[in-house]
Design a binder for this molecule. Sequence first.
Ligand code: SME
Length: 164
Amino acid sequence: MTEEITVSKTATKEERYQQLVPQIKALSEGENDLIAVISNNMAALKFGLDFLWVGCYRAEGNELVLGPFQGPVACTRIPFGKGVCGTAWQEKKAIIIADVEQFEGHIACSSESKSEIVLPIFGKEGEVEWILDVDSNQLAAFDETDEKYLQQVVEIIQQKLNVA
Ligand code: SME
């Protein structure tokens, strides 16, 4: 398989997502290995939208363990209910943080990270199996547009979880 992700760098954020998400869908078709799919999806998001850090954590026991990601090295384990990621896991919902310094308990993996969006990825039984975390080096980089399109990426991953 050779695929190249192409996204117009001059387009608006929404247009970039509109160009990128179908390519992520195409990239994931015909491959049911979860790690392979997540790995490529993270690379596509990182290079398509120029985020600082894009990655997934796997829920394992009472902590999140670092999975496929693109960006600076990151914390390997996050306890349930801790940080933005552990809170999204506990609350089973997406969280957008405009200024990470204002979020009590934020876990700073990179000093460059200024804002963050985290979405839970659900397994067959409705339990959180993975967490998608995206960080920006800009304040207030994320809004409902990011949540809408990142949710579509989450659904692509969820479909793979539900086949396995
Ligand atoms: N900031 C996250 C930790 C993960 S890194 O940003 C990659 C948190 O507070 O959960």
